[in-house]
Design a protein around this ligand. Structure first.
Ligand code: XIL
Length: 455
């Protein structure tokens, strides 16, 4: 009897967990909408799917956002049926449901190596298609999809995440490219036909299919100087060639910085990358903003809010080039970071909690300067490991400033440090570690000396 009672209780508890929101939860629509607050600066967007724009979530979504990106519904994998035919019914249904809100639609994404049917790039055995065939697939896809949404879409992510994270040789952006299935198929052609060719090809197809759309390259980790510079070099080269052909507008017109950030993201680094892209004459969007803070009590959420405030101060300072700031979701309850493969349940990365209540992060984003005055800027996060690794980080990120050869000093320094840490003799330990600390300033001194001597 007791067991039965307990099992019924358990079932009720489990069922309650599946209710979309706590009973009686209603979003506070009296709070100023973010889109309104930033109307004179940039658009404020969010990603949407059926779960995010229905009912109360929908009310909150359209209260705060005036731009929208389909979270999944416009990715290649979502658009094809099993017979390899395009089927727009799901996305067209979603868009019809929100047409009255007048939100600007950003397309995401025409080309990506994930969430894309394998047949577009590979044979059945997983080997890359011949270049010609992959080109045909890409052209047909972009032509049909960008053509279908022409007039509806304001801007497109033409290509998503084509750049490697750990970029060792930045002197050539081609070396920094991810060897994706698209890359490998385009590399599978005749002499002189490299995998890098898929980038220029994708952008040219998109421009032809929808000449009115603003074309974006989109990636994460662009707050990291090396990755940002690889992207900038690529855009500069492709745009240079395109403009030299007599075209009036750049081919890659915008860089999307996804902005999946964490508490250790540096707003100053984000700012430097925005400036770097601005120098190219392209616009910037923060396209998928969230700050992945692990649930760790009120302090963690305050730090997250401060980080949002610091970032919004930067975005405002560069509102001449930043045209849109889009969040990757609306509330913590439906963030992608709850998916097991991206960190599991309990994520708290956004401005509203799972009950749709505004978090401190909302107030920070709504009035970043005021919030920072009240709560102070976050002190830089310092860990012992961070201090130890700082010289390497500096070298890794700046070696091209030193002619590209300084990177070898950091490798040497790493060896000395490892020797120091591994040594059982305390004098040797000290000696090796000292070498580690000398190599970094030593390398800089060599650089300066060379500069002065003009070599
Ligand atoms: C994510 C979606 O949010 C998830 O629902 C899906 O399971 C995987 O993709 N970078 C991107 C987005 O460009 O398309 C990703 O979206 C998140 C990372």
């Amino acid at each position: 009897m007791k067991h039965r009672f307990l099992s019924i209780l358990l079932v009720i508890v489990v069922l309650l967990g599946f209710l979309p929101l706590g009973a009686g939860a209603a979003p506070d629509l009296g709070l100023p909408g973010l889109a309104g607050i930033y109307r004179d600066y940039f658009m404020i967007g969010g990603c949407f799917g059926a779960d995010k724009i229905a009912g109360e979530r929908g009310q909150l979504f359209f209260h705060h956002y005036n731009a929208m990106t389909a979270e999944n519904a416009m990715k290649p994998a979502s658009l094809y049926n099993a017979g390899r035919e395009l089927d727009f019914s799901a996305i067209d249904g979603l868009l019809a449901g929100v047409a009255g809100y007048g939100n600007t639609l950003h397309g995401h994404t025409l080309v990506w190596h994930e969430q894309t049917p394998a047949w577009m790039t590979q044979n059945k055995d997983g080997s890359p298609l011949a270049r010609e065939e992959a080109q045909r697939n890409m052209a047909a896809h972009i032509g049909a999809v960008a053509g279908h949404f022409a007039g509806q879409v304001y801007s497109w992510d033409v290509l998503n995440e084509a750049m490697e994270d750990l970029i060792v040789d930045r002197s050539d952006w081609r070396v920094a490219l991810r060897k994706t299935a698209w890359y490998n198929a385009f590399a599978n052609g005749g002499p002189g036909e490299g995998g890098d060719g898929h980038i220029d090809f994708a952008f040219r197809q998109a421009r032809a299919a929808d000449p009115g759309a603003i074309l974006y390259y989109n990636d994460y980790g662009l707050d990291k100087p090396r990755k940002a510079r690889a992207v900038a070099t690529m855009a500069a080269e492709l745009n240079g060639a395109w403009l030299a052909e007599g075209n009036a507008r750049p081919l890659i017109e915008g860089i999307g910085m996804q902005g999946h950030y964490s508490l250790s993201t540096s707003a100053a680094d984000v700012e430097k990358s925005i400036q770097l892209f601005a120098e190219l004459g392209v616009r910037v969007s923060i396209s998928e903003l969230d700050i992945n803070a692990k649930p760790g009590g009120p302090d963690e959420m305050l730090k997250q809010a401060v980080k949002y405030a610091e970032l919004f101060v930067v975005f405002m300072r560069h509102s001449d080039v930043v045209e849109r700031v889009s969040f990757w979701g609306l509330d913590d309850g439906t963030s992608w970071l709850n998916l097991p493969q991206f960190g599991g349940p309990g994520a708290e990365p956004l401005l509203f909690d799972a009950g749709l209540n505004a978090k401190q992060a909302y107030y920070a984003a709504a009035d970043p300067e005021g919030f920072l005055q009240a709560h102070g800027a976050a002190p830089p996060r310092q860990t012992w490991l961070g201090c130890l690794l700082r010289p390497f980080r500096f070298l890794y990120e700046n070696d091209d400033l030193y002619g590209g050869d300084i990177f070898k000093y950091s490798r040497a320094a790493a060896v000395w440090l490892a020797k120091g840490l591994a040594s059982s003799n305390k004098y040797a330990r000290c000696g090796y570690s000292l070498l580690y600390y000398l190599l970094w300033p030593g390398a800089r001194a060599v650089h300066w000396a060379r500069g002065i001597l003009g070599k």
